[in-house]
Write a protein that binds this ligand. Structure first.
Ligand code: PHE
Length: 356
């Protein structure tokens, strides 16, 4: 076989390889998977088992005078094949890119998509506003626990054992005896236990009562509780604090009216009315012609509650007040049905653009 391997054979073989290559490379663009086709061509013409590789390995068997020419022909062929495959690969990547660009081109004539700009829920906005004022008055914000026990929810707050608020009709009892708080006042004792006087906290948060859901009431609602304990805190401090707060919160012309009332955890207890801000005290449908709206419960912290909070009632005194938010929000924003606050209809919420 050895003498049959000659320069002539090598040159012939190179020519045959070349024309086979030319044909195959010209077909690449019409193949289904161009990338794969190029990979196969590369193996076929440049791979370790390709005729080219066999020819290169055979150079040593040629007459030494023929080796140079054979080597040159083989190298030229090899470079040409490499260049053409590389060029085809570039063309292929280019084509892919162009296809992608045109497929993904932005059509500027299409109608734009609406961007939703969220806004703060009117309830939360009202909470923020109240807390901002209360912070400026020296109260720090704390969050009480929404789930407690008979002890933290009632005993600590001086509720008599037979008080109707303990009944299951009003209060949600969880399996195992836990209780959902029905008022933020339940935070008072733990605030006192965790901080020596002076204590100046406000507690915003959810409360739960087993109420029939209607246009006027929900079984989950929000309150803000205020608690101030220090030496020599007097009823007058409570009244002036409320006056300052409601004047900033609802307008300087807001008048307050205090009526005596009963809550087990305060003594004395009062009920706070504000002059109706819809009719400016003239009397309207909302204030039932009285000119007043009931907004909060308040009072001087009961000595038993101070004791439960490990505060000595002989040295310290305090006041507390609490108010619900939902009804105020309805009045402030002119919302006719309390359920709208929790139904999350975009058409409802979109009416309250963020006012910063
Ligand atoms: N927690 C009472 C309520 O829900 C309000 C209140 C708070 C009364 C603090 C007195 C002191 O009605």
């Amino acid at each position: 076989m050895e003498d049959s391997f000659s320069l002539l054979i090598v040159l012939d073989a190179v020519r045959a390889e070349r024309s086979a290559f030319d044909e195959q490379i010209s077909l690449v663009t019409s193949s289904e998977d161009e990338k794969e086709a190029l990979r196969i061509i590369r193996i076929r013409f440049l791979g370790r088992k390709s005729p080219l590789a066999t020819l290169i390995r055979g150079i040593g068997q040629l007459e030494s005078s023929d080796r140079l020419q054979a080597g040159k022909a083989l190298n030229e062929h090899k470079s040409l094949v490499e260049e053409q495959i590389a060029a085809a690969e570039v063309r292929f990547e280019d084509k892919k890119l162009k296809e992608r660009v045109s497929a993904e081109r932005v059509d500027v004539t299409l109608p734009g998509r609406t961007k939703w700009v969220g806004s703060v829920h009117p309830l939360l906005e009202t909470v923020f506003r109240a807390l901002e004022i209360l912070s400026s008055m020296g109260f720090s914000v704390r969050f009480g626990e929404e789930i407690g026990t008979e002890e933290t929810m009632f005993d600590f707050l001086n509720f008599p054992k037979n008080h109707p608020a303990r009944l299951e009709q009003d209060t949600y009892y969880l399996p195992g005896g836990s209780i959902l708080r029905s008022q933020t006042s339940s935070a008072q004792v733990s605030l006192m236990r965790n901080q020596h006087p002076p204590i100046r906290f406000v507690v915003p948060g959810k409360c739960f009562r087993n109420e029939e859901i209607s246009s006027r009431s929900l079984n989950i609602f929000h309150q803000i509780e205020g608690l101030y304990v220090d030496r020599d805190v007097r009823l007058g401090d409570l009244l002036s604090t409320l006056e300052v707060f409601y004047a900033s919160f609802l307008g300087q012309s807001t008048k307050l009216r205090f009526r005596s009332s009963y809550f087990p955890f305060v003594e004395p207890g009062i009920e706070v009315d504000i002059s109706c801000f819809l009719c400016r005290g003239q009397g309207c449908f909302t204030c039932k012609r009285s000119g007043w709206l009931e907004v909060a419960g308040a009072g001087m912290v009961h000595p038993n509650v101070l004791r439960n909070g490990r505060v000595d009632p002989d040295l310290y005194s305090g006041f507390a007040w609490g108010f619900g938010l939902e009804r105020l929000v309805l009045l402030l924003y002119g919302i006719p049905d309390i359920r709208l606050l929790v139904e999350n209809h975009p058409s409802f919420l979109r009416q309250f653009p963020w006012r910063g």
